[in-house]
Design a protein around this ligand. Structure first.
Ligand SMILES: [Cu+2]
Length: 112
């Protein structure tokens, strides 16, 4: 009985580790004043469960704010560092920098 318990605990721990190893991440650059690259608003597509990390790479202050989407979230205003969000709801998110919208915006598509 005890052996069985230990075996199932090990199995459960391995499953957690395997899930973490498979968990997808996606990096999105935050520049002056754009997401990903200069020019038109990009669309970034990720699978549900992906952790999206916005990297603040410009000199000016920006934020990441959902104005439309299945769930709303936003970062603080930052000039450096990162902001991460694990997206668990599928759909299309309109994301802006509150300071530089409508110029600075992107779409995030979260698929199954
Ligand atoms: Cu901005």
């Amino acid at each position: 009985m005890r052996k069985l318990l230990v075996a199932s605990l090990i199995a459960a721990a391995s499953a957690v580790l395997a899930t973490q190893a498979l968990a997808a991440t996606r990096s999105v650059k935050v520049g002056d004043d754009y997401f990903v690259r200069k020019g038109s608003a990009p669309t970034v597509t990720v699978k549900k469960g992906t952790t999206v990390t916005w990297r603040f790479a410009g000199r000016d202050m920006h934020n990441v704010a959902v104005t439309k989407g299945p769930v709303k979230f936003h970062s603080s205003y930052k000039t450096s560092g990162t902001y991460s969000k694990r997206v668990t709801r599928t759909g299309t998110y309109t994301i802006v920098c509150s300071i530089h919208e409508p110029d600075m915006r992107m779409k995030l598509r979260v698929t199954r």
